[in-house]
Design a protein around this ligand. Structure first.
Ligand code: GN1
Ligand code: MG
Length: 357
């Protein structure tokens, strides 16, 4: 049934591939993603974009297509095949749009699958941290001259702390007592950190820190690496929109420096790794050093703290709301994710002076 449907949708896009089989890629929390295996390579990635979460899908598609084209134009030294390995390349449909809307109202988009590449859920060597820094730093660098007025805000207030606090507060009003009780310890942490967690937002609003094109979901699993650990391609550009550099720096650090996966339940395994912080920052600044301002630089350590916190807050809020946003595998999944992020935050806070140095 699903195979038949995927085959039909696959055929709505322009390509020379012949559908053979499919495989689900289950690591995302929002969209449904499948590899379409064809009789002859290349394979493709076909993705249903969650329109409950993303309200303006044509705008989202326009954002990510223009970012890909912008980057591709700068890489004139590469052949088409090489380009297709290091920048996402989206396929047009038979109707000349970059998405297909099916009869159930679902939106689909398709990319060329980048084979012979690997991803990491957790990092276990310094080189990967360094390469990840170079990759995401270069992404920001290459998109720094893209006119942000041409990008839509895919999810309004996505990393806006006041907005996330207000969602948390309304969740508290309606959550069942049982969930409130289980989350109590963490609810108290949220209150304690409120002021500090608004510093970056205030700097953004006062325009002391400028808006750039940012990716906004730079977890390490959104970076492809070659099999010998070299950074290859930034993927999952759904949330590309105007933002501050701290969102991308902080979100990458959140996952790279966590010694365990985002939903590891044994919290003894969750520590903040400062060696990877150093390595990531070195790679990141390699491409960013000419365009990063002193103020942006000064606040990178706080960015790490803020992005870990905002994810903790969002997981906790979703738990209080009864798991309506993120995909979950079991009833306490969101609470476990939140606990994990709070543990990471605590470990980072203990080492903040090392990082600042
Ligand atoms: C979601 O679906 P995925 O894995 O790309 C979320 C990110 C979170 C991430 C946590 C649109 O991303 O903000 O950082 O989960 N994306 C959206 O793993 O909410
Ligand atoms: Mg994403």
């Amino acid at each position: 049934m699903l195979a038949k449907k995927l085959r039909y949708i696959f055929e709505q896009f322009k390509h020379k591939g012949e559908f053979n089989s499919f495989e689900e890629l289950a690591s995302g929390h929002i969209n449904d993603t499948y590899i379409i295996k064809t009789k002859k390579k290349p394979y493709f990635v076909l993705q249903r974009i969650n329109h409950g979460v993303f309200k303006n899908i044509p705008g989202l598609i326009a954002n990510k297509v223009s970012v890909s084209l912008h980057i591709r134009k700068k890489m004139t030294h590469l052949s088409e095949t090489e380009l297709n390995r290091c920048v996402l390349s989206f396929l047009n449909t038979n109707d000349d749009t970059f998405y297909h809307k099916d009869i159930d109202g679902n939106y689909w988009n398709m990319m060329i699958y980048i084979d012979n590449s690997i991803t990491f859920e957790t990092v276990n060597n310094e080189e990967v941290a360094y390469e990840g820094g170079k990759l995401f730093g270069n992404f920001l660098n290459l998109t720094s001259d893209l006119d942000i007025s041409k990008l839509i805000e895919v999810i309004p207030k996505f990393h806006d702390m006041s907005f996330r606090y207000s969602q948390f507060k309304s969740a508290l009003q309606s959550t069942p007592k049982e969930r409130l009780y289980r989350a109590k310890l963490y609810i108290d942490c949220v209150a304690d950190l409120k002021e500090e967690m608004h510093i970056l937002q205030n700097l953004k609003e006062s325009r002391l820190i400028k808006l750039r094109t940012t990716h906004n979901d730079t977890k390490i699993s959104n970076a492809l690496f070659t099999k010998n650990n070299k950074g290859l391609c930034v993927i999952d550009t759904d949330t590309v929109m105007p933002g501050i550099i701290h969102y991308d720096f902080g979100d990458a650090i959140r996952t790279i420096c966590n010694t365990a996966a985002e939903d590891e339940t044994n919290l003894d395994l969750v520590e903040f790794n400062t060696t990877y912080y150093k390595a990531y920052t070195k790679g990141f600044l390699k491409h960013m050093k000419s365009s990063i301002t002193l103020l942006e630089l000064k606040y990178l350590p706080l960015a790490a703290k803020t992005m870990i916190f905002i994810m903790a807050l969002r997981f906790l809020t979703d738990y209080l709301n009864g798991d309506v946003y993120y995909k979950t595998k079991y009833p306490e999944h969101n609470l476990d994710r939140a606990k994990n992020q709070f543990k990471l935050l605590q470990s980072l806070s203990q080492q903040l002076s090392t990082i600042q140095n």
